[in-house]
Design a protein around this ligand. Structure first.
Ligand code: SF4
Ligand code: SF4
Length: 458
């Protein structure tokens, strides 16, 4: 159903932020959807123009109005590219908040989204949802390899033709996308438990709380284990508070702001009880939303200051390793070629680009490769690859070809969603075999002195 006036008075996009856009267009080449389709309204400038129309009552919340915002990946590459400092993140979050409340989606779309938001932010429910996959892994692998479509195509790295924005994907395409992205879960990964407290090796530098993440803890428990090993080896007591809920990242990025605030309050309270100096995060999307808690809870007198203090203590794990200063733990050589792919919510939303590279460079023997278009999103973007699978696949395939072009042994990236997206894209498109790991897994392997052959078993 179409609302006549797109935005109401409950947290519309801030006109002062909108007016900072001077329409220069510097952001256009960095925007994945503009790169794909060459359509102004699917560029940051076009979307900001639509927001302005909404705020001034010149636009209606039509299907096409909503479609331009649904197609946005929320990757924040435009924020990095913008010389005028336009803060796109609060603008798109406020716009999505309005769309969530005021636009009536089709029944199938609503049910699909409701299913995602009823399961993904709840680790217990997610564990139950993922459990059948343990038995269905062979079926999932078969489906995934039958989707391999590009091996025989010439590997034109980065080649994409503007083809016009696709219509919203139907339910079958979304379910197919879910199977293609199905993670490699095992009983061991689903039931892995992290120690509540791990003591620092040697004299303690600080106490760090680790966010285990909803997807990370069930699908990539090795990343959490590696984070604990590395931080403890570098002199931190590491605490994983029991009963942590979702940090609210999925809700925040989808405009479900009330849910996001509720998750934020419970996350803040849990880490306050743990009495930590820093909060380490190894999932870029979670880290970026936790650093935004100050803005998210600014209107709540009881929580605003607590949220601000909390946000100031949040660090990506690579950021924290660099902040700790002179390494204590010996790094053993790892003779591998590594391509580092920036996770958008780390590079663009948090401005953390150098630290993961510094962490990788601190490992003797690693050859760090420059990836073309490292700034452009791989198409994962939270739940984007589930709700917009066609666009996500195009971006994933493009990324896989670009990775192929530098011939790495390993791709390092700092977000579980990107890892799943790149795995699926590699199965479809890549000409070469490369493994995808979190930078902290490589650092842990180096500190533990793993031989190169063991990297494939991480
Ligand atoms: S967040 Fe990403 S997809 Fe959205 S407008 Fe900015 S660059 Fe484009
Ligand atoms: S670069 Fe910034 S100011 Fe220029 S059009 Fe894009 S958002 Fe607007």
């Amino acid at each position: 159903m179409i609302q006549e006036r797109p935005f109401d008075d409950r947290h519309p996009p801030d006109p002062a932020l909108i007016d900072k856009c001077v329409h220069c267009g510097f952001c256009l080449p960095s925007c994945p959807t503009y790169v794909l389709w060459g359509e102004e309204m699917d560029s940051p400038r076009g979307r900001i123009y639509l927001m302005k129309g909404g705020v001034e009552g010149r636009a209606a919340m039509t299907d096409s109005f909503v479609r331009h915002f649904d197609a946005c990946l929320g990757c924040m590459a435009c924020v990095t590219a913008c010389p005028s400092g336009v803060q796109y993140s609060p603008l798109i979050e406020a716009t999505r908040g309005q769309i969530e409340r005021r636009y009536e989606r089709s029944i199938a779309d609503r049910l699909f989204r409701r299913a995602i938001f009823s399961v993904f932010p709840y680790p217990r429910r997610l564990r139950i949802a993922l459990a059948p996959l343990v038995l269905l892994q062979p079926v999932a692998r078969r489906l995934q390899s039958s989707g391999r479509r590009s091996r025989d195509r010439p590997a034109e790295a980065g080649a994409l033709r503007p083809s016009g924005a696709p219509r919203q994907s139907g339910i079958l395409a979304r379910l197919r996308a879910m199977m293609k992205l199905a993670p490699p879960v095992t009983w061991k990964s689903l039931t892995a438990r992290l120690p509540e407290r791990t003591a620092a090796a040697g004299a303690k530098r600080m106490t760090v709380g680790l966010l285990p993440g909803c997807v990370q803890r069930l699908v990539f428990p090795n990343v959490n284990a590696a984070s604990i090993n590395v931080l403890a080896a570098e002199g931190c007591d590491v605490v994983v508070p029991r009963g942590l809920r979702c940090c609210g990242a999925l809700s925040l990025h989808a405009g479900r702001l009330d849910d996001a605030r509720c998750f934020a309050r419970s996350t803040i309270a849990a880490f306050e009880r743990a009495g930590v100096d820093r909060i380490a995060v190894n999932a870029a999307g979670c880290g970026s939303s936790m650093k935004e808690y100050g803005q998210l809870l600014a209107g709540d007198p009881k929580w605003a200051e607590r949220a601000r203090v909390f946000a100031s203590r949040v660090r990506d794990v690579s950021e924290l390793v660099v902040e700790l200063g002179e390494p204590r733990a010996l790094r053993h050589p790892l003779d591998v070629r590594v391509a580092y792919q920036d996770a958008c919510h780390l590079a663009h939303a948090q401005g953390v680009r150098q630290q993961p590279r510094d962490v990788l460079r601190s490992i003797p023997g690693i050859e760090l490769l420059n990836l073309p278009e490292a700034d452009i999103c791989c198409g994962s973007a939270g739940i984007y690859n589930l709700v917009e699978p066609d666009t996500a696949e195009q971006l994933g395939d493009r990324k896989a070809r670009l990775i192929d072009s530098v011939n790495p042994d390993i791709v390092a990236t700092g977000n579980p969603g990107c890892t799943l997206q790149l795995r699926a894209a590699a199965r479809r498109t890549a000409q070469r075999q490369w493994r995808i790991l979190h930078p902290v897994e490589l650092l842990d392997a180096s500190i533990r002195g793993c031989p190169r052959s063991d990297l494939s078993d991480l």
